[in-house]
Design a binder for this molecule. Structure first.
Ligand SMILES: NC(=O)c1ccc[n+]([C@@H]2O[C@H](COP(=O)([O-])OP(=O)(O)OC[C@H]3O[C@@H](n4cnc5c(N)ncnc54)[C@H](OP(=O)(O)O)[C@@H]3O)[C@@H](O)[C@H]2O)c1
Length: 256
């Protein structure tokens, strides 16, 4: 039986991904901060014959991330699939954002993701099999005024994952990058983008279930990058033909 480790499994895209892996009878290891939700999920999965373990960890704190990796190493099975999904964004004037919150976002979106990718890819190369799905965003492809740090963190995820995929695929370890567009989830409540992104008529909105289904297929295919949604793919494709400075200006007007 193959095992999947999913971070940010208690909500949104991560929750939907856990459902898909449960339906396919994978063994699940779920990680998030909300113990009540993880416990309820594991109870449901276990009652349906799916093996499920959960770990409560705040992945914006490095010691929690290291402790989590240590605990998982002690389990009597290996990780075949890793999904680095936990992440959050912050919207606002950069000069007014709380640095504590911003640095927690950088830690969660970048350092913890990089650490878990490294930790488990070492084991996967030894095992001769591994599939990693790192969740970025379409924001990874261009700077995003008023969500500058968030977009930069996702550009890091995209660049890191694409390069690692090239390094590791010869050892049968593939790193795929999922780039969702605007997706209905608690993300927008946390980021304060309910009106600006979720409610804006010019952005196509997907459900977390749709994005998870797409991400699941992407991971299984071992393809390098997946941008969810035709309109998002067209938009990202067009970026190649437009000067970056112009794009930043337009996006800045849309995001203000
Ligand atoms: N929604 C969008 O429009 C959108 C678009 C592009 C990319 N994305 C990316 O998609 C990923 C999933 O987002 P989502 O839309 O599903 O958001 P969500 O509904 O807010 O879910 C985020 C998940 O991450 C967990 N999480 C948050 N902070 C954490 C922390 N410090 N430590 C451990 N777990 C933490 C949350 O669980 P707990 O609160 O229980 O910890 C939750 O399970 C993120 O990386 C996000 O950047 C989202």
């Amino acid at each position: 039986m193959k095992t999947v480790l999913i971070t940010g499994a208690s909500e949104g895209i991560g929750y939907e991904l856990s459902q898909l892996f449960a339906n396919a009878h994978y063994q699940l290891i779920l990680v998030a901060r909300n113990e009540q939700k993880l416990n309820a999920m594991c109870e449901t999965y276990t009652s349906n014959g799916i093996k499920c373990t959960y770990f409560v960890a705040d992945l914006s704190i490095m010691s929690h991330v290291e402790r989590l990796a240590d605990k998982i190493d002690q389990l009597p099975f290996k990780i075949d699939y890793l999904i680095n999904n936990a992440g959050f964004g912050i919207y606002g004037n950069s000069t007014e954002l709380d640095w504590e919150k911003e640095s927690a976002m950088y830690q969660l979106n970048m350092i913890s993701l990089a650490y878990l990718t490294k930790h488990f890819s070492i084991q996967m190369t030894k095992n001769g099999f591994g599939r990693i799905l790192n969740v970025a965003s379409i924001a990874a492809f261009q700077p995003l005024p008023f969500m500058a740090g968030y977009a930069a963190s996702k550009a890091f995820v995209l660049s890191l994952s694409q390069a690692l995929n090239e390094e590791l695929k010869k050892q049968n370890v593939y790193v795929s990058t999922l780039c969702p567009g605007v997706t209905e989830s608690k993300f927008h409540n946390t980021a304060n983008t309910e009106k600006k992104l979720l409610g804006a008529s010019f952005f196509p909105v997907a459900t977390a279930q749709e994005v998870a289904q797409y991400g699941y297929k992407l991971l299984m295919s071992g393809k390098n990058i997946g941008i969810y949604g035709l309109l998002n793919r067209i938009q990202i494709g067009l970026l190649r033909f437009i000067p970056r400075a112009f794009i930043v200006k337009i996006v800045g007007i849309m995001m203000k």
